[in-house]
Design a protein around this ligand. Structure first.
Ligand SMILES: *Cc1c(COP(=O)(O)O)cnc(C)c1O
Length: 358
């Protein structure tokens, strides 16, 4: 029998989350961000489920190639744009839009041998200081792009928020003001919002929203789960118990003897570990579902296995289903224990995990 560890991808949840985003931003078109293999959910699978989106956002041209090979004809946007001369031909062949965020890319376009015009999203840095031209240079860069024969005329103006997950912070207001000042008088559609922008900043919706995490039911908002935000989890990571044993008080469990049983207890061993993408850093005491009951992990997570205190699930035995996160247990609960976001956990599922679509 193959290993029980599997990631079930709920394609209906992807569609539901897209609908919720459309209800929240009813006047905007939606670029579904599917970078990092669809946030770990599987690129082609996610894109097929989200065919109702107006465009897909990817971080690599190879992802755009995969989407085209899968027969997807939607608009695709390469979020970091071209970085070598050959990329321009590939953008044209695949009919992919390019984000242009740096002067080095203008140089690529200057020596562009030409061809069908490439659709460009001009990215401005309005305060995150990651990608983007200085906002004050917007008009100048825009004019330079407009003058290039290899660039299509309808340039989209975009920026990215650093702190939109803080729904009451002033940083997002400042970034919006900076963007609006920079693009005043320039023609073109606007795109500002990631998931948190969609959920928390209606005035930032504009022509195009760019949700990623929210499509997968993931929350970027501290202290709130995807469910709290009205989203449905699109991944359930599950496995089974492959051993159950009763230990005496004082018995140490797992590597390093990191957990010592304070009393006689029943321990279940689940077939999942950091080799599957379960965070070792979550440590002892992380919630996990055994059957329908919340239990706690004990001791160190190992590569293939981890130990669970079965005192809340006395009826559990070998073969009992275990859910690490997803339906019944928000991924954010585990992420909080591991000092990270559900985003990182979803992206970190490893290749040996079996993917199931439902
Ligand atoms: C990743 C990304 C997004 C999506 O962000 P989420 O927080 O996952 O919604 C949007 N825009 C850009 C430019 C990105 O890189």
């Amino acid at each position: 029998m193959s290993r029980a560890t599997s990631a079930t991808i709920h394609t209906d949840a992807l569609r539901q989350n897209l609908q919720l985003i459309r209800r929240r931003a009813p006047s905007s078109r939606v670029m579904a961000v599917v970078k990092a293999d669809g946030y770990g959910h599987g690129l082609e699978r996610v894109a097929r489920a989200l065919q109702g989106a107006d465009a897909f956002g990817v971080a690599a041209l190879s992802d755009a190639e995969r989407l085209r090979a899968a027969g997807l004809s939607q608009r695709i946007v390469l979020l970091s744009g071209p970085d070598e001369p050959d990329d321009l031909a590939l953008l044209r062949r695949l009919q992919v839009d390019a984000v242009i965020h740096h002067a080095s890319q203008l140089q690529l376009l200057d020596v562009d041998p030409g061809g069908a015009p490439i659709r460009v999203w001009l990215k401005l840095d309005t305060g995150m200081h990651r990608l983007g031209f200085p906002a004050v240079d917007a008009a100048q860069v825009h004019a330079r792009l407009r003058a290039l024969p290899g660039v299509a005329d309808d340039i989209v103006l975009m920026t990215h928020f650093a702190c939109s997950d803080e729904f009451s912070g002033s940083a997002t207001h400042a970034q919006m003001r900076c963007f609006d000042d920079a693009v005043r008088g320039l023609p073109g559609e606007h795109s500002l919002s990631n998931s948190a922008g969609v959920l928390g900043w209606p005035e930032a919706h504009r022509h195009w929203v760019r949700p990623g995490g929210a499509l997968y039911g993931l929350s970027a908002v501290e202290g709130q789960t995807g469910l709290d935000l009205g989203l449905v989890p699109a991944m359930t990571l599950s496995t089974r118990l492959i051993s159950v044993k009763d230990v005496e008080a004082g018995a140490s469990i797992g590597y390093g003897g990191a957990f010592v049983a304070p009393a006689a207890m029943r321990i279940g061993i689940a077939a999942i570990g950091y080799g599957d993408g379960y965070p070792r850093h979550a440590g002892s005491g992380c919630p996990i579902l055994v059957g329908n009951t919340i239990a706690r992990t004990v001791g160190r997570v190992s590569m293939d296995l981890m130990a669970i205190d079965l005192s809340t699930a006395p009826e559990a035995g070998v073969g009992s289903p275990v859910i690490a996160w997803g339906r019944g247990l928000p991924i954010e609960t585990v992420a909080a224990k591991a000092d990270t976001l559900g985003y990182e956990l979803a992206c970190g599922i490893t290749r040996r995990v079996r993917f199931i679509e439902d």
